[in-house]
Design a protein around this ligand. Structure first.
Ligand SMILES: NC(=O)c1ccc[n+]([C@@H]2O[C@H](COP(=O)([O-])OP(=O)(O)OC[C@H]3O[C@@H](n4cnc5c(N)ncnc54)[C@H](O)[C@@H]3O)[C@@H](O)[C@H]2O)c1
Length: 271
């Protein structure tokens, strides 16, 4: 199980649903884990506590997990946090770009351009470009053959109605995953992606449910489930096997530039 014993993983969006679950998966696989969060919905220290208290983790997890505040779309913030991490925890070897999300839904002719811009900033700049740029520079300078995992979406492959900026930015995530895999291969750095189907996170709960507490799905939630051959949303921990595989050089050392769907068959749904 401890295939990632010598790895130090930084997870952006580690205060979110998927990022927190990734933290548990990587701790279980033996890695040291650092979560980054900007603390708008949950302070990063609270997220660390929650990760450590929910579920069963290896006994040394409290020593191996730490959290830092950082707005990952802000270059200066990312630069500063990476030097703190290096000084306090060592040089990271894995970057998981799990910050991102959506805001609102509208017909294209009613799109609010400021919100469009914010969503692109969140998914493309904060969600990939800024952290990857700085960590890749660090790895190149220190001759570290690190691994980046990006989080794409079903919207990377096919547009989902009304979430224009989300779709455009998630297509960009898949495109950059391929482009960066090629550019960084000469340094031994791998860049891959995971494209989750539909999992309940903070950013999409209101799109999927009319009333989450009472388990009442929205029309969109119902449509998604009808369009998912497995007939349900994903369970967050179902993403962790793919994450660990992609992080583990002994298993995926020759795999770079791919984005793996984990979607209950959503992409192959047909009549
Ligand atoms: N939940 C799903 O079904 C699903 C499906 C496909 C892709 N995704 C993607 O997975 C990723 C995680 O989603 P989630 O469902 O866990 O959402 P979430 O809202 O629970 O978590 C996202 C986290 O990212 C953080 N974040 C956003 N911008 C940030 C910034 N600039 N700096 C620091 N932190 C920032 C938020 O604070 C939040 O904690 C996102 O990229 C999302 O688009 C989710």
């Amino acid at each position: 199980m401890n295939t990632l014993n010598n790895e130090i993983a930084v997870i952006t969006g580690g205060t979110g649903a998927i990022g927190s679950c990734f933290a548990k998966g990587l701790l279980t696989a033996g890695a040291e884990v650092i979560i980054l969060g900007r603390g708008r919905t949950k302070p990063v220290d609270d997220a660390v506590k929650e990760i450590l208290t929910e579920g069963t983790l290896p006994a040394d997890s409290a020593k191996k997990l730490s959290g830092y505040s950082c707005d990952v779309s802000d270059e200066e913030d990312v630069r500063k946090v990476l030097s703190r991490i290096q000084a306090e925890r060592g040089v990271p070897t894995i970057l998981v770009n799990a910050a991102g999300g959506n805001k609102g839904k509208a017909d294209f002719v009613d799109v609010d351009v400021d919100i469009f811009n914010e969503v692109v900033q969140m998914n493309l700049l904060g969600g990939l470009v800024v952290p990857t740029k700085h960590i890749a520079r660090l790895w190149i300078d220190n001759k570290i053959e690190g691994t980046v995992i990006n989080i794409a979406s079903m919207a990377s492959y096919i547009p989902l109605s009304g979430v224009w900026a989300y779709g455009a930015s998630k297509s960009g995530v898949m495109n950059l995953t391929a482009g960066l895999a090629k550019e960084l291969a000469k340094y031994g750095i791998r860049v891959n992606g995971i494209a989750p189907g539909f999992f309940v996170g903070n950013q999409n709960r209101d799109l999927l449910y009319t009333d989450f507490e009472k388990d009442i799905l929205s029309e969109r939630g119902k449509q998604i489930i009808a369009h998912t051959p497995f007939g349900r949303f994903g369970r967050l921990e179902e993403l962790n096997g793919t994450l660990i595989y992609l992080c583990d050089k002994s298993q995926s050392g020759f795999v770079s530039g791919v984005t793996i769907p984990v979607d209950g068959g959503y992409l192959v749904d047909n009549i």
